[in-house]
Design a protein around this ligand. Structure first.
Ligand code: AMP
Length: 542
């Protein structure tokens, strides 16, 4: 028997309408790339979303189901694009500005973006590949002066585009299962894969994160959104702030520790998000130069890489600021688990509590996780048995865009994360390792396989195996172990860096090289990365 409740659409437009009707006075504050501050209200933003909707449909010819790209920092217009594009039934495809030009070209052509909204400061990157972009008809420049000069074809200015549009727009009735946003993951081997979020998944993800057991957001909060809007719809924050009535502070490219501290103080920010590298930078800058007044910051939500215990401890002891760890993936919208203490942990020692907070945490309601061992059996929840972490839930990918990657899913419908984890008796998951042959440095992926094949194309190199090693600033960084064709040959590290810079962006290129006699291999002759990591950790990699 079907229930007799209304079939009310869980869409991004529902979120926008709610934010406007209940919290129209709440603020969106942007620090622009030149450091200047801009403030407006949710109500002002709402009107501009309607103008944008008119511009998209009437001036740019965008129809339901079309892809519209954004290539931009965090700021008010980018929030408008999240709502305006999905509100007209199109898909807001946020393009990661940190990918290599080859990858950016691939994902724009693969997604078939019709229009790209691009920040003036990022135009030089797109100019390099624009002739190769097959489907883009217009580029709309954001934050560009009137006389801005570019070789991009068919350009419009965002403010001019909105200026002569009406504030009246009737949102189309959308199916909540239709696509609202898209983000490519580079956290896989091979080509980036598109993850297509639905209105419904976006709505449910955002509402769940608001709850006190999860992200803990309310209309008393002012939140700094450090996670770039080109990363997994900025972890749902542009949506949840409208639902919870939290003021939003957007730093655009002001991501240096000193700039972040200045913004935290000026805006009395009490909650924020970001990858560990950002918070490590902020912590060390605050230690070096302690702020004169106590920050309003109560809590920062960290994900993307493991939150080091030392950082949780240091921030709390020295500044009374709490670090909360979450785990997730592009494929999981992204948030899947969060680690918070419960009343039953109150009696534990500080050290025991810290050990729990340093785990990746328990699943959100609406998400299930399990561990499957190498022999295909379910691992018991004992905190010791390791295996691959698998996930399913209301905001987990069911299939990649345009590709049939059945190897990423189990027959019984779980998504295989490629993370190796344990789950303890209380449901707290802990990441122990990764099956993906990738390195995550400062929140961005580096493919060790791609580096290895590039290095092995060097005439003097016989074998190259690249592993992740710990780094204080970037959490992980690549180390290349190299076997030369002729042992007596010499290659300077600078020569290798120069050689790799043809195909890789700067942060992806290893700065650390070790010249060895032979790469350890598995029984089937593959590079034994586990063994290389062990030898390196024990100082025996020679
Ligand atoms: P991405 O899809 O780029 O967001 O990357 C997702 C991957 O980042 C996960 O599969 C993990 O390998 C890693 N990751 C995310 N959050 C954490 C965390 N809290 N601790 C350790 N690794 C994490």
């Amino acid at each position: 028997m079907e229930g007799l409740m209304m079939n009310y659409p869980l869409t991004t437009t529902t979120i926008l309408e709610y934010g406007n009707s209940v919290y129209h006075h709440k603020k969106i504050i942007t620090y622009l790339p030149d450091g200047s501050r801009h403030e407006y209200s949710f109500g002002d933003m709402y009107k501009r979303c309607k103008k944008l909707a008119n511009a998209l449909t009437q001036k740019l010819g965008i129809k339901e189901g079309d892809m519209v790209g954004t290539f931009a920092w965090n700021h008010g217009p980018h929030v408008e694009l999240y709502y305006g594009i999905s509100g007209v039934g199109a898909v807001c495809h946020t393009i990661n500005i940190r990918l290599s030009l080859n990858q950016i070209e691939y994902i724009i052509n693969n997604s078939e973006d019709k229009v790209i909204f691009v920040d003036a400061s990022l135009v030089p990157l797109l100019e390099k590949i624009a002739p190769l972009l097959e489907t883009v008809t217009h580029y709309v420049l954001i934050n560009a002066p009137k006389d801005f000069s570019t070789t991009l074809p068919n350009t419009l200015h965002y403010e001019e585009l909105l200026a002569d549009q009406s504030e009246d727009f009737e949102w189309p009735a959308l199916n909540e299962n239709d696509a609202s946003g898209m983000c490519y993951t580079s956290g896989t081997t091979g080509l980036p894969k598109g993850v297509l979020y639905s209105h419904r998944s976006t709505f449910l993800h955002a509402t769940t994160i608001i709850s006190p057991n999860a992200g803990n957001f309310s209309n008393r909060d002012t939140v700094l959104l450090i996670v770039p809007q080109f990363h997994v719809m900025a972890w749902g924050f542009p949506y949840l702030c409208l639902l919870s009535g939290s003021n939003m502070v957007l730093p655009s490219s002001n991501l240096q520790p000193e700039a972040i501290i200045k913004i935290l103080i000026a805006e009395k920010v009490n909650k924020a998000n970001g990858v560990p590298t950002i918070w490590l930078g902020v912590y060390h800058a605050m230690k070096k130069n302690p702020p004169k007044e106590k920050l309003a910051l109560e809590e920062y939500l960290v994900g993307g890489s493991a939150l080091p215990k030392s950082l949780i401890e240091g921030f709390e002891k020295n500044f009374g600021i709490r670090g909360v760890q979450a785990w997730g993936m592009t494929e999981t919208s992204p948030l899947g688990t969060v680690s918070r203490l419960q009343p039953k942990h109150d009696h534990l020692s500080a050290e025991e509590q810290l050990a729990i907070r340093a785990k990746q945490g328990t699943a959100f309601p609406g998400v299930e996780i399990r561990i499957v061992t190498d022999d295909g059996t379910m691992a018991p929840a004992d905190g010791k048995s390791m295996g691959e972490l698998q996930i399913k839930g209301a905001w987990t990918v069911s299939s990649y865009f345009k590709t049939n990657n059945s190897e990423s899913f189990t027959e019984d419908g779980w998504f295989k994360t490629g993370d190796v984890s344990t789950i303890d008796e209380d449901g707290y998951m802990e990441i122990k390792d990764r099956t993906k042959d990738l390195i995550k440095s400062g929140g961005e992926w580096i493919s060790s396989v791609a580096l290895e094949s590039a290095l092995m194309a060097h005439p003097k190199i016989k074998e190259a195996a690249v592993i992740a090693i710990p780094d204080e600033k970037w959490v992980e960084k690549p180390l290349a172990s190299i076997v030369l064709v002729n042992e007596e040959d010499k290659i300077l590290e600078e020569e290798l860096i120069e050689f790799l810079s043809r195909d890789f962006v700067k942060y992806q290129i290893p700065k650390d090289y070790i010249f060895i006699k032979e790469v350890p291999k598995t029984s089937v002759g593959k590079f034994d990365k586990k063994e290389i990591r062990r030898l390196f950790a024990e100082g025996k990699l020679t």
